[in-house]
Design a protein around this ligand. Structure first.
Ligand SMILES: O=C(O)CCC(=O)C(=O)O
Length: 312
């Protein structure tokens, strides 16, 4: 009989790095040591809630919003949503393909990532001009019967380009642990690229974690909080225990503007053109904003997406 006991996962709380915002050197040292930075109330709540309302209006339009709530209430009519056949769903997102196209057209979704407080943060981290990737992922995680939480993974195989790219994970509303926020395996940015295996859940790949890698950090997110980490840091979604609630969040990527970028990072995260996405926008200032930078485009390398033998 195998009596080996797997090491227990620790579930420490993320450290709030807000006190370091005025000390860029200390901020970079914290990032280098932990492989993540978490900020309480980096963004004004109202700016975040405005995006939330816009996305819930999309959910409402598609007929899956529970009745009797204000514009920020995230209760879903799960019976109605479960009528959507699996082949019409975006299981990396949580709603139908058609609803996700509407979500991608929402102007505020593309405006929040350009918030001056976010740009200022990455300027401090990179010590150079910042390029915001255009391909924002709008997670609209629901309890649809076919959904599974995002598996542990690194963003690098999916984003590629420079490994100096960072992800910002921005909850669009309060997101206690029971609603399935993001958790980070502290220190794993130091591992470099980790071999992958196929997996269910968003991204369809999982990083091969070893049994001794257990230092997961979690937090109770509120609207306005931001989690950020470099693209080798392993992270995953927690299981949502409140099936009737939708979990809205954005995945946004930032990199130094003078580093190469994988060409797909400037495409929409849906089968729409930028022209179709921009069609109903009120303002023009963010349309094709990346063209003001001289970007070095590089192709995607499929080798990072090939499963390999187990490493431990
Ligand atoms: O929100 C999620 O479940 C996944 C987010 C993620 O993996 C990312 O931001 O890179």
């Amino acid at each position: 009989m195998n009596t080996a006991v797997a090491p227990k996962e620790s579930k420490a709380t993320m450290i709030d790095s807000s006190p370091l915002l005025d000390d860029p050197q200390a901020l970079r040292e914290r990032a280098e040591s932990d492989g993540y930075l978490f900020f309480k109330q980096l963004l004004p709540k109202e700016d975040v809630h405005a995006v939330r309302r816009d996305l819930l209006a999309v959910v409402e339009k598609h007929g899956w919003r529970g009745p009797g709530q204000n514009a920020e209430g995230g209760v879903i009519d799960l019976d109605a949503l479960n009528q959507v056949p699996e082949e019409e769903m975006r299981l990396d997102i949580g709603v139908s393909i058609a609803a996700y196209k509407d979500a991608q057209k929402v102007e505020s979704v593309h405006r929040l990532p350009q918030h001056p407080r976010l740009l200022a943060l990455y300027e401090k981290l990179f010590q150079s001009e910042v390029l915001v990737h255009a391909r924002h992922i709008v997670r609209m995680i629901t309890g649809h019967r076919s959904m599974v939480p995002t598996p542990p993974h690194q963003d690098f195989p999916l984003i590629q380009g420079t490994s100096k790219t960072w992800t910002a994970w921005i909850p669009l509303g309060d997101c206690p642990r029971t609603m399935g926020g993001l958790t980070v395996l502290r220190g794993t940015h130091k591992l470099g690229y980790v071999p992958i295996q196929p997996s269910k859940g968003a991204g369809s790949i999982a990083a091969q974690t070893c049994p001794w890698e257990t230092d997961w950090v979690e937090v109770e997110y509120e609207a306005g909080d931001v989690l950020t980490f470099p693209s080798f840091t392993i992270h995953k979604g927690l299981r949502c225990q409140q099936k009737e609630m939708i979990r809205l969040s954005l995945d946004v990527r930032y990199q130094p503007a003078d580093e190469p970028i994988e060409e797909g990072s400037l495409n929409p995260h849906t089968e729409l053109s930028w022209e179709e996405i921009y069609a109903g926008w009120q303002r023009d200032d963010l349309k094709y904003y990346w063209r003001k930078h001289e970007v070095e485009l590089i192709p995607r390398d499929e080798k990072y997406l090939q499963p390999s033998r187990r490493i431990c």
